[in-house]
Design a protein around this ligand. Structure first.
Ligand SMILES: *Cc1c(COP(=O)(O)O)cnc(C)c1O
Length: 371
């Protein structure tokens, strides 16, 4: 981890202390309120729960500290992603999305943006730069892409789209601000499904939009307040609590994933293994250049749907579940969710279990499945 990332992580735990009065609770209080005490006519204090909540502000402050940007919280990753499209685009605009990224982003664009006269094109992540970005007002990248873990060059995409006065939005869900910093690489906006590693405990849906451009943040905030797609205070409180251990969890998950990926690659039942941290992976050189860590997701193929299901079911330390980024290792056969991948394709989300115990359980299950 870089020195700045370390100091950011250290300061996170003490962010609230600058405002402490004697007797204040050290942990964040949870404020469940739709209305606040509002005598007189002045503004500048909390008034109504669709616009104001101290618990949101705390989680936005903490996320903003990690992103080194302003931050707006949402009740889900899709809430955050859709706010960017709906707040910033108008009829006649053209957007580019990854053809191999999170499926709901594409579905939302096709079903709800296209009918409004916003043209939506797609392109695969590995060749995202091919063809340039002429005519696009907004380019949306997801890198590494989910589930195949391909990568595109964020700085190069940002430079190319900025020459055309367009915006680059990056979905940084799989990496978190500790693994990759798209805003530092030139992106205008970061979106994240904090449902995943940021919260990390698989008990809440949440999302955020981050940007260093105050006008963009103002539009997204305005959209949230008027549409009413606001997070609940309790969810914000849980995410704030999850954030306090993000650096520790993410460090463990990424380190373990590097070890497990190397060993999986050598296992006779496994083919098509993808992990950006492995020398020889198609993503590796670019990953070294633009990512601070290689992440906790690994994807690979087993010989058939049955073998992949049996591997997941039989492994004592893998939960069979969609989603990823939790403290417990989980896996899913992705063709089940409509991703265009072979039937035996598995996405493994490495959790916080001790590495040797986890590997033994994975190896035992693979051995049982056989080649
Ligand atoms: C899960 C996910 C989302 C959507 O997040 P929700 O909280 O489920 O709405 C968006 N992008 C990526 C990359 C994801 O993995």
């Amino acid at each position: 981890m870089s020195e700045t990332a370390k100091s950011r992580a250290a300061a996170l735990a003490h962010l609230r202390s600058s405002d402490f009065a004697k007797g204040d609770p050290i942990p964040l209080p949870l404020t469940m309120a739709s209305i606040f005490h509002t005598p007189g006519a002045e503004a500048g204090f909390d008034q109504y729960g669709r616009y104001d909540n101290p618990t949101w502000r705390a989680v936005e402050h903490a996320l903003g500290h990690l992103e080194d940007a302003q931050c707006v919280a949402f009740p889900s990753g899709m809430g955050a992603i859709s706010s960017v499209f709906f707040a910033l685009l108008k009829s006649g605009d053209r957007v580019l999305l990854p053809s191999d990224g999170y499926h709901a982003t594409r579905a939302m664009a096709e079903r709800f943006l296209s009918p409004l006269g916003i043209a939506c094109d797609t392109r695969p992540t590995p060749s995202f730069l091919d063809g340039g970005f002429d005519g696009y007002q907004l380019v949306f990248a997801e890198t590494p892409s989910n589930p195949r873990l391909d990568i595109c060059d964020i700085a190069a995409v940002a430079e190319a789209i900025h020459r055309r006065d367009g915006l680059l939005v990056v979905d940084n869900t799989t990496m978190t601000p500790f693994g990759q910093r798209p805003l530092d690489l030139g992106a205008d906006i970061v979106v994240s499904a904090d449902t995943k590693a940021v919260n990390g405990h698989s008990d809440v849906l949440f999302g955020h939009v981050a940007s260093r451009d105050g006008d963009l943040i103002a539009k997204v905030t305005d959209w949230r307040g008027l549409v009413g797609g606001i997070p609940g205070p309790f969810e914000a409180w849980l995410v704030h609590r999850g954030l306090e251990t993000l650096e520790v969890r993410f460090d463990r998950m990424c380190s373990t994933a590097e070890t497990i990926a190397r060993r999986l690659k050598d296992h006779r039942t496994v083919s098509g293994l993808r992990y950006p941290g492995l020398e020889g992976d198609a993503s590796h050189n670019l990953a070294r250049a633009q990512m601070d860590r290689f992440g906790f997701l690994i994807s690979f193929e087993l010989a058939s749907e049955q073998k992949a299901e049996a591997f997941i079911d039989n492994c004592a330390l893998i939960e069979s579940a969609t989603s990823f980024g939790g403290v417990h290792t989980s896996a899913e056969r992705r063709s089940k969710r409509g991703d265009v991948v072979p039937p035996g394709f598995v996405r493994l989300s490495v959790g916080c279990e001790p590495v040797e115990e986890l590997w033994q359980a994975i190896e035992a299950s693979l051995d049982k499945v056989g080649s």
